[in-house]
Design a protein around this ligand. Sequence first.
Ligand code: ATP
Length: 235
Amino acid sequence: MLLNIQELTVSYGGIRAVRDISFGIESGELVALIGPNGAGKSTILRAIVGLVPVEKGKILFEEKQINGQPTHMIVRNGIVLAPEGRQIFGRLSVTENLTLATFALKNTATFNEDVERVFELFPVLRERKNQQAGTLSGGEQQMLCIGRALIEKPKLLLLDEPSLGLAPLLIKEIFQIIKRLHTEGTTILLVEQNARIALKVADRGLIIESGNIVLEDSGKGLLSNPDIKKHYLGG
Ligand code: ATP
């Protein structure tokens, strides 16, 4: 198992956001975390990369415990988060944002090839490579956010709400890329409000409510589950 989460509990100042959650991800899988606002999905991603402390439980990556390690070490070991809200540097150009992503890396020798691959996946970023990132459209910023994560060579890519605030056509485009990354072998853990589109690309989905996993099934299984249809897929 590439990632193995055992009885993970995370709290913010005494308030439990994630309660005793266990799940694993096999190499090559695309797993989606689905659930309402505030269910704890982003907190799970933040705990995996060490941005919030683990109160109880263990996170194993390639069989080794990573909770307790500093974030830059976790990134260097191959887990990269494309955060909710993108968090790119608005005053810097597209290329400068991609360059900054190499700071956590030990080996930057392949940077030019890696940027080439990002530009191949997202041709619009090549056209805008010298443009200030803050002036990109929402969709382009999301592409840059994913592109920046790819520069860090993830063995496990964590995507937090990639569809947030985007028009349907752009959501489709972003998800085509996510599907392609998956097909090409990247292991992905995806948090998404748009349950339908996420479950369509996911091998497996976990439904998270109030910090607990309440249901787990294949993407297909969840898409045809009457309860999920009613509560998450608009009937
Ligand atoms: P969303 O899609 O709205 O981000 P989510 O499922 O990702 O929802 P989390 O962001 O993980 O949910 O939040 C889980 C709970 O923890 C919520 O009740 C939230 O208010 C709380 N929480 C999140 N971050 C903090 C923080 N920095 N300080 C205090 N409470 C927090």
